[in-house]
Design a protein around this ligand. Structure first.
Ligand code: SAH
Length: 355
């Protein structure tokens, strides 16, 4: 038996099987446990009625089920985006966003409290890195979003993006563990192809994803198509230069036989010129890709403003001439500060003001 209780949400089926083994129960109970937790929302072993009573009492000692607390929640005026500030057991807070788009709901979850990457236009970067999230804390955000959906009578959550606070490839093991738990067939049973991981461009992480053949979608936050311009917006580009990043992306695309999504926050007068669109078109030549053009979400302490609709369209048209598909993303939830880290930072500011 284990010395220290483990967090229920950080256990994959194989971990549950090990726990069952160690207390002399058949492994088949692992799938039942996952069903209880992820399909019925029952986290206390004691309430898992069709498990033997002796097993339930052993499990009570072996696992803990910390719940996230909802510290605040806001809904966008168009009703499509709901953003939650969720409290962790140690008082840290992370953001989770639930977006409705046509028939589809997507949860955007955080991978770290704060972030160490320092992108100049990102609210989370202003907090610095506070700590890594555990796999269980990442999973719990998805569980929360799914619960919110099903409470509203909607079908189960199918899509998850790791585009909330933090850099997922700077917390690789916990993120991949969380993904494997979310994909457990007896649990939420998400499909890896419905999960997208967004990175600032952590090259060793991209190579590792390819080498491990992780089947999630990859998005790379590019924002500029020359090393000099990129380093101004994304300071970690100094450690992971653009040419090496693109080489890593080509390696990934070859090995995985997949396209890569590139994120481009369009900032007026900074990275939205016709020339920059042409340079991007050349940079991505021959690389299976899709570019997501996202007019900047304005934040405090950064004076950049979003590109106009016309400039965004012009940028898109130039990419099309280079045979590069792109989408101009609606800035969903802009009125509720749904950009990365914006709600958390706003709340911190309020806390400070209240002192
Ligand atoms: N660290 C990861 C994932 C978190 S941010 C990454 O960098 O990809 C998710 C996306 O939101 C990234 O593309 C990021 O650059 C973008 N983003 C952050 N702040 C933004 C803002 N104010 N306006 C528009 N996009 C922003």
């Amino acid at each position: 038996m284990l010395d220290v209780p483990r967090s229920l949400y950080s256990l994959a089926g194989s971990d549950l099987e090990q726990i069952l083994d160690s207390c002399g129960f058949p492994r088949v109970h692992a799938a039942r446990l996952l069903k209880y937790v992820y399909r019925e929302g029952i986290c206390s072993p004691w309430d898992m009625r069709d498990l033997p009573a002796t097993l339930r009492s052993r499990l009570e000692d072996a696992i803990t089920a910390d719940e996230l607390t909802v510290c605040s929640e806001v809904q966008s005026s168009d009703g499509f985006t709901r953003k939650y500030l969720l409290g962790l057991a140690d008082g840290c807070r992370v953001e989770t966003v639930l977006m409705h788009f046509r028939e589809r709901a997507t949860a955007c979850v955080s991978s770290q409290v704060g972030c160490a990457m320092g992108c100049v236009f990102c609210a989370t970067a202003q907090m610095g890195l506070v700590r890594q999230l555990t796999a269980g804390e990442i999973v719990q955000q998805v569980v929360h979003a799914n619960h919110e959906l099903t409470e509203q009578g909607q079908p189960q959550l199918r899509n998850v993006v790791l585009m909330g606070m933090g850099e997922p490839l700077h917390n690789y093991d916990a993120v991949m563990k969380a993904i494997s738990i979310l994909c457990e067939p007896a649990g939420l049973a998400l499909a890896p192809r419905h999960i997208t991981l967004s990175t600032v461009g952590v090259i060793p992480g991209i190579i590792r994803l390819a080498d491990e053949r992780q089947l999630v979608n990859l998005a790379v936050s590019l924002h500029a198509a020359t090393q000099e311009e990129r380093a101004k917006l994304v300071p970690v580009a100094r450690a992971w230069p653009l040419d090496e990043l693109i080489a890593a992306c080509r390696h990934y695309a070859d090995k995985m036989e997949r396209r890569i999504f590139f994120e481009w926050a369009l900032i007026d007068g900074q990275n939205d010129s016709a020339e920059q669109a042409t340079t991007l078109g050349q940079l991505l030549h021959g690389l299976p890709s899709h570019v997501n053009l996202i007019p900047l979400n304005p934040i405090a302490n950064y004076d950049g403003t979003p590109t106009s609709r016309d400039s965004a369209k012009r940028f898109q048209a130039i990419l099309a001439k280079h045979d590069i598909p792109s989408t101009i993303r609606q800035r969903r939830g802009i009125d509720i500060a749904a950009g990365c880290g914006q709600l958390a930072v706003k709340n911190e500011a309020r806390k400070w003001l209240a002192r």
